[in-house]
Design a protein around this ligand. Structure first.
Ligand SMILES: [Ca+2]
Ligand SMILES: [Ca+2]
Ligand SMILES: [Ca+2]
Ligand SMILES: [Ca+2]
Length: 193
């Protein structure tokens, strides 16, 4: 019985490797592509530091149809609690912004930069344009590896109202997943012999 279950599991793994990614969410990338995020990689806590922020918790999670609107002036503090925040190869923090592409200030570890979101060429289910800011932690002065803070601050000093729909760190486990997939493919090939 156990052997049968094992064989079924191996067959499932051999023929459905994509199901290993069941805990992942796919969101639009810049220029019409898409990228997968583990569900834990989204930001976890939202606090209003000052000013008026409408629906701050809509910056959490994966839903691009609802968003936090950061008033003028206002500051939204976002914290990751169940996932590491590292300066990995490639961009490290993606912030989704909806509708008109509003700029905002982003503060991480005491450094502030003006952020300009880029069009994904994809709309949400309400027909609103989806923009994304892909942040490189090296631009904020962080070395490779853990950046030493789990908190970011989005502040608005302009006349616009940024609409923050989702904030996530993209796939620090991509290399692990690829290695795992490679190992499974290798194992399946050997098992079939
Ligand atoms: Ca998280
Ligand atoms: Ca990086
Ligand atoms: Ca907007
Ligand atoms: Ca949202």
């Amino acid at each position: 019985m156990q052997k049968t279950l094992l064989m079924i599991t191996i067959l499932w793994a051999c023929y459905s490797p994509s199901s290993l990614f069941a805990a992942q969410i796919t969101l639009p990338d810049v220029g019409g592509g898409s990228t997968s995020f583990d569900t834990t990689h989204f930001v976890d806590v939202a606090n209003i530091l000052d000013g008026s922020v409408t629906n701050p918790n809509d910056a959490l999670g994966v839903d691009l149809d609802v968003f936090a609107s950061v008033g003028n002036p206002a500051t939204l503090e976002l914290e990751f609690t169940d996932n590491d925040v590292n300066n990995n190869p490639g961009t490290d923090l993606w912030i989704y912004e909806i509708g008109f592409p509003e700029t905002f200030n982003l503060t991480i570890g005491g450094t502030t930069q003006l952020i300009v979101p880029v069009d994904t060429l994809v709309n949400n289910s309400d027909g609103a344009d989806i923009y994304v800011a892909q942040i490189e932690f090296g631009d904020f002065g962080f070395a490779s590896g853990p950046i030493g803070t789990q908190t970011i601050m989005i502040s608005n000093t302009t006349n616009s109202t940024p609409d923050i729909a989702a904030v996530a760190v993209p796939e620090p486990a991509t290399m692990v997943h690829m290695a795992l997939l490679g190992a499974i493919v290798l194992f399946c090939r050997r098992w079939r012999r």
